[in-house]
Design a protein around this ligand. Structure first.
Ligand code: RIB
Length: 310
């Protein structure tokens, strides 16, 4: 039984803390190293689970220590990991991340086993599609597997959220929008996908309307500390949702925290107006940047104010 189902990536993040981010060709001294559970799919699943959703993950890890640790971590978070399977073809995905003292990061992924998640793996988890209320997908697994999961979910009447992250390197099939109820991108992803430069609230308002013209039903662009902008078919004016000002320590995984929270609110409080779901998701994401790491920076439900869940 799962309310929020995630089909996506599992990584081990290798995090290098430094006074600032290096520029190309430069060597600088870092200050600390840490590892932590990451991967956009796994992060989003962890975020929804820590807020209190029954969550399940469909993913692929390598036959190695990181893979074993990722599966144990899902179980420790109460996530159904029955369909996180192991391949001998590649190592578990890793994400080397450099974090500067201003909380900003520089991030690369070596997807490894994530690229071995197939449509058959998704079909093998059909039972999870029977109970799920919300499906969340990103782009750190093969795009055809993502598209298959979105289509399968929509056929089953499940609400679908597509987070096209990281920014697509190839031309996007408009079918991704056809099978998604919500498309939620950050500035970089939105710029790549719309061909417009998205840097602030005003340019995001233009880009969400462009997303609607491309076929999105609801388009959201997240803007980090500036919150998010959204527009939906039938509602002409884009809206801006502001985020609380916080002191950012590490922004890694903040976008995933937002997406996981949004899935949580759709699954658990479906009658809440969209703008309020987004305001609360911004609150949850802003809370996560106050701490280091991705999944480990996400608060449990018990640590957040009751109003977030009312
Ligand atoms: O969004 C942050 C995540 O992106 C990291 O955890 C890293 O693993 C990459 O997937």
């Amino acid at each position: 039984m799962a309310e929020v189902l995630v089909v996506g990536s599992c990584n081990m993040d290798l995090v290098f803390y430094a006074p600032r981010l290096p520029v190309p060709g430069e060597t600088i001294h870092g200050t600390r190293f840490a590892s932590g559970f990451g991967g956009k799919g796994a992060n989003q699943c962890a975020a929804a689970a820590k807020l209190g959703a029954k969550a399940a993950m469909i993913g692929k890890v390598g036959n190695d220590t990181y893979g074993e640790e990722c599966i144990s971590n899902f179980k420790a978070l109460g996530i159904n990991a029955d369909h996180v399977t192991v391949t001998g073809e590649a190592s578990t995905g890793v994400g080397p991340v450099t974090v500067g003292e201003d909380g900003n990061n520089l991030l690369m992924i070596i997807p490894g086993a994530n690229l071995h998640l197939t449509e058959s793996d998704v079909d093998a988890a059909s039972s999870l599609f029977q109970s799920a209320k919300v499906l969340l997908c990103q782009w750190e697994i093969p795009p055809h597997s993502t598209l298959h999961a979105l289509k399968k979910a929509q056929d089953a009447g499940i609400f679908t959220i597509f987070n096209p992250a990281p920014a697509p390197q190839e031309k996007l099939s408009l079918d991704f929008f056809k099978y998604s109820d919500i498309t939620c991108a950050n500035e970089t992803e939105a710029s790549t996908m719309t061909g417009l430069e998205v840097t602030d609230v005003e340019s995001a308002k233009v880009a969400v309307l462009h997303f609607l013209e491309m076929g999105c039903r609801i388009a959201i662009i997240t803007l980090g500390k500036d919150g998010c902008v959204f527009a939906s078919q039938g509602l002409e004016e884009p809206s801006w949702v502001q985020a609380d000002k916080v002191n950012a320590v590490d922004t890694t995984g903040a976008g995933d925290s937002f997406a996981g929270a949004l899935a949580f609110f759709f699954a658990k409080l479906p009658d809440l107006p969209l703008k309020e779901k987004l305001r609360r998701s911004c609150f949850v994401a802003s809370d996560s940047v106050k701490r280091e790491g991705a999944q480990k920076s996400y608060s449990w439900r018990r640590d957040l104010p009751d109003e977030v869940f009312a």
